[in-house]
Design a protein around this ligand. Structure first.
Ligand SMILES: [Mn+2]
Length: 330
């Protein structure tokens, strides 16, 4: 049997053999980890299983429309069951303070699509060729002959579109498009309604803080490196939450001359969260790796403990060196 089918069947046995499950979503939850975990929760409940979804952070307001999102628990409100399935988590630090549920479980499984996933669970269904974990959950439904209704389709659709930049990034596979096409054909999702909820429902504070950062972007290396910064004091001025700062790095990336985009945001504890993007050239995962961070060629990040001016100087030097290295390699 092909590896993928065997891994799917291992997860199916894992599900059939258990009665109570804890599903874990990752830190700073996105549409894929939440949509996938909720779609899996609906599957387990239909099989008559007991199931809880735990996320180390509250569900972002923007994802409150996901069917079942009100059931997602913070670690302190959860009991923890004997079987744990992690969803869309590339490694165990992604569990944050929910890690005790994983380490304390009797049996563990992981469903994911990150190529860097070290297969940390007892049973691992990791498909790097899938656009999103939601695509893997879709395969699970199919292999179990479980019908997909509108509730599940909305969860899976959200996972796929949010991980593919609304079906526009290079990880947008024909399979992802086929899944969405089938959902539309069967009348299971209303694309314009979901597009409005996911992409055109922006808090006032987010729009303003984004404008503040983008109006002060600094270009370095002849414009090839773009840098935006935001301190806690500035965030307070705009009443902006961490959630409101999502996506600012993409605005930097989209500037025509920029090859490597950087967004540096101060965290409440005084450290700096550095988000990196590249387009066409330059491996930002390599830069993040120098700082103990993670990610891949086009999107990565790390936490810095130095002063803002040092963090800025370091990243300019490293982005320039990375562009030089990548250009020499071409
Ligand atoms: Mn994902």
């Amino acid at each position: 049997m092909a590896g993928k089918a065997a891994d799917l069947d291992s997860i199916i046995s894992f599900i059939k053999e258990g009665e109570r499950f804890t599903l874990l979503s990752h830190l700073s939850p996105d549409g894929d980890t939440l949509g996938s975990a909720l779609a899996l929760m609906h599957l387990l409940k239909r099989l008559g299983k007991t199931c809880e979804v735990i996320c180390p952070n509250p569900v972002p307001k923007i994802y409150a429309f996901l069917p079942g999102s009100e059931a997602v628990l913070l670690p302190e409100d959860a009991g923890g069951y004997d079987r744990v399935i992690s969803v869309d988590c590339a490694d165990t630090p992604r569990f944050g303070r929910a890690i005790r549920f994983f380490t304390g479980a009797q049996a563990t499984a992981a469903i994911d699509h990150h190529v860097t996933n070290p297969r940390f669970a007892g049973i691992n269904l990791v498909e790097p060729e899938a656009s999103a974990t939601a695509e893997v959950i879709f395969e699970l439904y199919n292999r179990m002959d479980m019908p997909i209704d509108s509730t599940v389709a909305v969860c899976l659709y959200t996972g796929i579109v949010t991980d593919t930049g609304n079906l526009s990034y290079s990880n947008t596979t024909p399979n992802a498009l086929r899944i969405i096409a089938d959902f539309v054909e069967q009348g299971l999702v209303d694309i314009s309604d979901l597009n409005r909820r996911i992409y055109r429902t922006v808090p006032y504070a987010k729009t303003r803080v984004q404008g503040f950062v983008t109006s002060r972007i600094r270009l370095e290396c002849g414009g090839a490196v773009g840098i935006g910064t935001l301190t806690q004091a500035q965030m307070h001025d705009f009443n902006a939450t961490n959630e409101d700062c999502e996506g600012i790095v993409d605005c930097v990336r989209d500037i025509d001359c920029v090859k490597i985009a950087v967004f540096i945001r101060e965290s409440a504890d005084g450290t700096y969260k550095v988000s990196l993007r590249s387009k066409f050239i330059g491996d930002v995962g390599r830069i993040a790796g120098l700082h103990g961070g993670g990610g891949h060629e086009r999107a990565a990040g790390y936490t810095a403990h130095e002063s803002l001016s040092t963090v800025v100087a370091d990243i300019i030097a490293q982005a320039a060196a990375e562009l030089e290295r990548a250009e020499a390699e071409q």
